[in-house]
Write a protein that binds this ligand. Structure first.
Ligand SMILES: C/C=C/C(=O)SCCNC(=O)CCNC(=O)[C@H](O)C(C)(C)COP(=O)(O)OP(=O)(O)OC[C@H]1O[C@@H](n2cnc3c(N)ncnc32)[C@H](O)[C@@H]1OP(=O)(O)O
Ligand SMILES: NC(=O)C1=CN([C@@H]2O[C@H](COP(=O)(O)OP(=O)(O)OC[C@H]3O[C@@H](n4cnc5c(N)ncnc54)[C@H](OP(=O)(O)O)[C@@H]3O)[C@@H](O)[C@H]2O)C=CC1
Length: 447
């Protein structure tokens, strides 16, 4: 039995759940990995010069044992997230430490502590097997998976599953991720695959869409409301392309920051009107490595006022971190909110705290999304209210190049990876709904 037989079953129109359940599992499958004995390979290099193409491997790996509450999924497509870039350049830490720590929790979690890490935190595919205690899903179900892995044994996480002390991001802090032909997930990560999307389109939004939903829309994040001025850094990037859609769909006013004409055009085509090209306007928030330039914060704030008719920012959607954080705090209005989920340019932030306390601003830390938020974010995709922002897909073999593109900011929106899917465009079940949203679905394609 090989993965080819699984693909044949998925592509046959009449395979039943019983047929999928009767398919023997292959002994091994192909997966994107990084290797524990290579974590020092980039020692001494600048972050920018660490090349994911050198550290990312395509290996044959054994199928992991299936535990209670878990599912094995045949992965048709996945996507590249920035967390896989971090894993592949072993920053800020090699992810093997996370696997070792998880491995100490129980006999079952020991499976994750391996000398290779199968990465990837998105998937669209078909359930192959479910473990004991799983009733909501069965073999043959077409699914996407969100990337929140929690143990749920502590009351700390019972109100908001992101607060579980054993909260992990699947495919980053756990093994057996989505950039592979088969993935192992907890069954409560599974959600229905939106029927109007192809496999690669359905795999694209998951992680970033859920994160943007919590960070911007949810009451656990900024709790955006109609009319809010929302400053969105990287507005056509992974997170930003969803934040921009949430702002527009929610009646807010996105002020989109991008770095090229082409990206400004994409934001315009989504419906945004206020756009700042940070490259063309040449903002230099830092005079040197250690000194910021408040004059540049002011120039940036003035530009925002021009675009808003004199208003300041209610919510900043932050993720670039050190390079922009001082400016983000400054341009926020009295009582406004800076919500942050990352620090791509450096995690030691500096800002002038007088502008925070004297103007009663708030900084909110946000990370991925809880179970419910991830479900709600996927529901908006399924209803055609928010659309995937897939620009390009790569084969599993070329995942290293895909991660390189994202690391070097050469991409637009999201970059997809075909895992078992032999070509793009497969897996659409609702052509009628697709036809209604085709332009929006294809907006980021080949730009
Ligand atoms: C969905 C997608 C998301 C993304 O893309 S996010 C971007 C990618 N992710 C990242 O860049 C994050 C990567 N992770 C990390 O960098 C690290 O993961 C953290 C900095 C988040 C945490 O560091 P750590 O070393 O894993 O844990 P500690 O909490 O610093 O624990 C170290 C020791 O410090 C003790 N400690 C913690 N809090 C306190 C406290 N309040 N008072 C006293 N001690 C404390 C602990 O117990 C422990 O101790 P003991 O080493 O002895 O076990
Ligand atoms: N905590 C969480 O749950 C999550 C955290 N993240 C983290 O968020 C970060 C962004 O992820 P994602 O959106 O997918 O990545 P992308 O690279 O797809 O998009 C980020 C965009 O930010 C802009 N940008 C990058 N560097 C800077 C800078 N120095 N100053 C201003 N703008 C900058 C770029 O847009 P442009 O050049 O057009 O300005 C870029 O396209 C990553 O660090 C990632 O790890 C991501 C998802 C979830």
């Amino acid at each position: 039995m090989t993965v080819k037989d699984i693909l044949d079953a998925i592509q046959s129109k009449d395979a039943t759940s019983a047929d999928f359940a009767a398919l023997p599992l292959p002994e091994s499958y192909r997966a994107i990995t990084v290797h524990k004995d290579e974590t020092e390979m980039f020692a001494g290099l600048q972050t920018r010069d660490k090349d994911p193409r050198k550290s990312i491997h395509l290996d044959d790996v054994p199928v992991p044992e299936l535990g209670p509450g878990e599912a094995l999924v045949a992965v048709m497509a996945s996507s590249v997230n920035y967390n896989s870039v971090w894993t592949s350049i072993f920053e800020p830490l090699p992810t093997f430490g996370f696997l070792e720590r998880y491995g100490k929790l129980s006999e079952l979690t020991k499976r994750h502590d391996l000398p290779y890490h199968i990465i990837g935190s998105d998937l669209a595919g078909v359930v192959l097997r479910t473990g004991p205690g799983v009733n909501a899903w069965k073999p043959g179900d077409e699914v996407v998976a969100h990337c929140l892995s929690v143990e749920l044994e502590s009351s700390d996480g019972h109100n908001d599953t992101m607060l579980d002390p054993e909260q992990r991001i699947w495919g980053f802090e756990t093994n057996f991720g989505g950039l592979a032909e088969i993935a192992l997930v907890k069954s409560n990560q599974l959600m229905p695959k939106p029927g109007h999307l192809s496999w690669e389109e359905a795999a694209a939004p998951g992680l970033v869409n859920s994160t943007a939903y919590r960070q911007l829309v949810s009451r656990n994040g900024a709790g955006m409301k109609q009319g809010d001025n929302v400053l969105i850094w990287g507005a056509s990037g992974g997170l930003g392309s969803y934040a921009t859609q949430f702002a527009l769909a929610g009646g807010a006013n996105p002020i989109c920051v991008v770095s090229s004409d082409q990206k400004a055009d994409i934001c315009r085509s989504m419906g945004a009107e206020a756009i700042i090209d940070r490259n063309a306007e040449g903002y230099k928030f830092w005079k040197d490595e250690n000194t910021q330039d408040p004059k540049e914060w002011k120039r940036f704030g003035k530009r925002i006022r021009e675009l808003t008719g004199g208003e300041d920012i209610d919510i900043v959607f932050e993720h670039p971190g050190r390079e922009t954080f001082g400016a983000s705090v400054f341009v926020t209005r009295k009582g406004g909110t800076i919500t942050t989920c990352a620090s791509t340019s450096g995690y030691m932030h500096e800002y002038d705290n007088r502008y925070l306390w004297m103007s009663l601003k708030r900084i909110i830390g946000s990370h991925f999304a809880n179970y419910r938020e991830a479900w709600e974010a996927n529901r908006l995709i399924a209803k055609g209210k928010i659309h995937p922002t897939l620009s390009k897909t790569y084969s599993l073999e070329d995942t290293g190049q895909a991660a390189y593109d994202v690391h070097r900011n050469l991409h637009q929106g999201k970059v997809g990876v075909l895992c078992l899917a032999p070509e793009e465009g497969l897996g659409v079940r609702d052509e009628e709904m697709r036809a209604k949203h085709l332009d929006a679905i294809n907006r980021f394609r080949n730009v």
